[in-house]
Write a protein that binds this ligand. Structure first.
Ligand SMILES: Nc1ncnc2c1ncn2[C@@H]1O[C@H](COP(=O)(O)OP(=O)(O)O)[C@@H](O)[C@H]1O
Ligand SMILES: [Mg+2]
Length: 295
């Protein structure tokens, strides 16, 4: 059974202009051990695909018009909110674009990290490196230690002190790193990350991608990594899906797709990647590409 199986997913969104079909039958299967990169221009439906898996699109304005999203066989589109709450954070980790919406301003970041770690550790003590039946005290101590360790892993200096900070005391980049730590601390089986490192500088980005990679190997998890950065895809993804106007244009093992792109749009995306030998001013954008021809 696949870890995640998105089948013919259709999503419509209502705005003041009426209802618009946004996702037109998305098919995507993610197995354990796979890191799927999802690329495509702004507005192609990448974020709404990730949010659908997390069931974080309110209805209205969202309405699923077709399909299923099976997580280990369970259709998330049929799951109720309590069931989703049990999955989020523990089985399904999420990192989304806007950090301000994700950290609770009223609690210290340490408290929020420890909560997630405890929640996961109670269900499966091995997440915190403990044996089954570990005591409440042991769980709490391990969760605290894990919180400090995770902050260190995402490149936050003085993690033991930082853990006492409130979100407003952290810079945007630091908040983003705390969120990444929070998404991974419960060692989820599926990680959905929407442009997780875009706002971070290159060295921190590399550190976080390594961490993600290590988690995939350690726990045999699956990842959906939404990014506009094909360099990141080439570096850590095993597979890639190219989105265009609410559809997956092409998908497959990363090497095959990047080496022999079958769609003009994918070729255009690849051409737009800055290469070391490209001279300043020679970068090609996507603006001049005939998008209709790519369909
Ligand atoms: N709340 C919303 N209401 C109506 N349309 C939306 C809403 N959110 C996103 N959309 C539309 O859905 C499309 C896909 O958005 P999104 O998934 O955010 O794209 P991406 O992440 O690929 O940039 C866009 O055309 C966007 O305008
Ligand atoms: Mg997006």
């Amino acid at each position: 059974m696949a870890l995640l199986d998105i089948e013919n997913l259709g999503l419509a969104m209502t705005s003041f202009e009426g209802e618009t079909q946004i996702l037109h039958g998305i098919d995507l299967t993610i197995e354990r051990g796979e890191i799927w990169g999802m690329v495509g221009e702004t507005g192609s439906g990448k974020s709404l695909t990730g949010l659908s898996v997390s069931r974080l699109i309110p209805s209205p304005p969202g309405r699923y018009t077709s399909g299923a999203i099976r997580f280990e066989g369970q259709d998330l589109l049929q799951a109720d909110e309590p069931a989703m709450r049990r999955l989020r954070g523990r089985r399904i980790g999420m990192i989304f674009q806007d950090p301000t919406t994700n950290l609770n301003p009223a609690f210290r970041v340490g408290t929020q990290l420890v909560d997630v770690a405890l929640h996961a550790g109670r269900a499966d003590p091995s997440v915190l490196g403990l044996a089954p039946g570990a005591s409440a005290r042991a769980l709490k101590a391990a969760a605290k230690a894990r919180a400090v360790e995770m902050l260190d892993h995402v490149g936050i200096t003085n993690p033991a002190e930082r853990i006492r900070s409130y979100p407003h005391e952290l810079s945007g980049g630091m908040k983003q790193r705390v969120l990444i730590a929070m998404a991974m601390i419960g060692k989820p089986d599926l990680l959905i990350a929407d442009e997780p490192t875009t706002a971070l500088d290159v060295s921190v980005q590399a550190q976080i991608l390594r961490l993600m990679h290590a988690l995939v190997h350690e726990r045999d998890i699956g990842v959906l990594l939404i990014t506009h950065n094909l360099g990141v895809v080439a570096q850590i993804c095993t597979h890639v899906a190219v989105m265009f106007r609410g559809r997956i244009l092409e998908k497959g093992p990363v090497r095959a797709v990047l080496k022999h792109p079958s769609h003009a749009y994918t070729k255009a995306l690849l051409d737009a990647v800055p290469r070391a030998h490209t001279k300043r001013g020679e970068l090609r954008g996507l603006g001049g590409i005939d998008m209709e021809a790519a369909e």
